[in-house]
Design a binder for this molecule. Sequence first.
Ligand code: ATP
Length: 467
Amino acid sequence: MSRILVVEDEAIIRQSVRRLLQRHHYEVTDLDSIDAAREYDLSAFDLVITDLRLPGGQGTDLIELAGTTPVLIMTSYASLRSAVDAMKMGAVEYIAKPFDHGELVEAVKSILEKAQLPPESNASDLPVSNATDIAKHNGIIGSCDTMQVLFRKISKVAPTDATVMIHGESGTGKELVAKALHQQSRRATAQLISVNCAAIPETLLESELFGHEKGAFTGAATQRQGLVEAANGGTLFLDEIGELPLEAQARLLRVLQESEIRRVGAVQSIKVDVRLIAATHRNLKEMAACGEFREDLYYRLNVVELTLPPLRDRGDDVTELASFMLTRACEKMGQSPMRFDSGAVLAIKQYQWPGNVRELENAVERAVILAEDRYVSAELLGIDLSPDRYISSAMRENLIENNNNPAIIERTEHGDQGDLSLDDYFVHFVLENEAKMTETDLARKLGISRKSLWERRQRLGIPRKKK
Ligand SMILES: Nc1ncnc2c1ncn2[C@@H]1O[C@H](COP(=O)(O)OP(=O)(O)OP(=O)(O)O)[C@@H](O)[C@H]1O
């Protein structure tokens, strides 16, 4: 229960304030003069509420005596000027008399809330993003050296028409970099078309990208323009380019070499003016060496390489991003500003963020939705610093079926999932079965969707091998 000292010489006001605060479950001491207040250790209270004019001195005299305890000054309209002066002297708030009860209770609540913020959670302790810098870098936040070097490279390469290859783990901001390159180029007023090659089924990818003629294949009832053509005059961003089938790679090479495309089923080529930006988390050079990726395309794509660092290697950027995302999430959801508590700040710094900035962004948004007060804890963020994770029932069944380790089976059968790492099991299961199972079967056995399977493969660095 918070302890409040009320110093007011007018008995009626003093008693009514005391009763009001007591009704709201505060522990109240009330005094009628500065001298009486001097007898107390004011720093032992959580809040001092004092009239401005008092026998024996000014309410502001108590500010110094109160130390770190906040002081709320009550004053009449006639002396608002002195209230402003009181604020300058360190009072945290003033309230003009006559005030209604609700107003006073609200002021008290808000001051006590602010005062109770743990020091680590104070937003001012977290690195704050500078709005001008963010705008300058097209919404990309990053103060660490690697990001600063990257920003310089982006501004150099963006105005050229050079093909750019962006490397980086999933969720590190590759698409954001592609947007920055487009926005800082002469093509900024034209379209930026982004395509995730891994999200489109292999059989459809070629016609999606390059279009098709009527009757080119079963189901091609009409002629259709592809995405490369739609990006004419602008930029085409091909994410996960390592997933592009070999036939589509050949067509793409033509775009780069001849600036032309041929729709599936067409005889004639069409001229296009497209700047290509590609991204991957895979090692295309290795893929080229084992024939999974065209070597000539690899060299054509790699005119300029940009690499995004994983979030765990970006030092204090993680807290800067976290506080930016917290502010943005609160605004988006129409909530009043929130803060991370000290445990959350620690967890944010320690956690490895395998899903990088995307994972952080999702965690913060979820926490803002679930929060019941103005504080975001590590628990709300869902940060579990222990390696143990829960496993889905489908995976558990599968584990019993497939794993020969009796210790693991034993724990699983007894519902003790604590010692199992979902990620470890996932990697183990995928590596052991991928050669003999299709992606659809793997996903079904694991009890997850094909899309989740693909996303987890990216996150854990075990991309699908081309068969
Ligand atoms: N440096 C950053 N500053 C601000 N937001 C960022 C930053 N990096 C990433 N984000 C945000 O994180 C999310 C994921 O970023 P993005 O889609 O660009 O990653 P990606 O590397 O392309 O991921 P994937 O490889 O999975 O497609 C987006 O919402 C993006 O706005």
